[in-house]
Design a protein around this ligand. Structure first.
Ligand SMILES: [Zn+2]
Length: 92
């Protein structure tokens, strides 16, 4: 048996296992977040969002949120959130 065939076989078994597991435990990836507070929370939890103050990318679920004029802004820390609030207040 050559290595390529082995690899194909391994991939085949891996996909097969994933399908079997999915049909046996359809909720395996959903139990971690039982409290969905806002719409699409479970879909967006791993999206990276940019902090408009220091331009760091942070996971949406860990970001500090601020609603301002109908938009939601995300920050890496309270300090960035505060500094953004000050900036928008000054620009009014
Ligand atoms: Zn920041």
């Amino acid at each position: 048996m050559n290595p390529l065939k082995l690899l194909v076989l391994a991939v085949f078994f891996y996909i097969g296992w994933r399908l079997v597991r999915k049909s046996l435990f359809p909720n395996i990836n959903n139990h971690a977040e039982p409290t969905v507070r806002s719409d699409n929370m479970d879909k967006v939890k791993d999206i990276l969002v940019e902090d408009p103050v220091c331009h760091t990318f942070v996971p949406k679920k860990d970001a500090i949120r601020l609603r301002y004029e109908g938009r939601t802004y995300y920050f890496c820390s309270e300090a960035c959130c505060d500094s953004f609030s000050v900036t928008v207040e000054e620009n009014k």
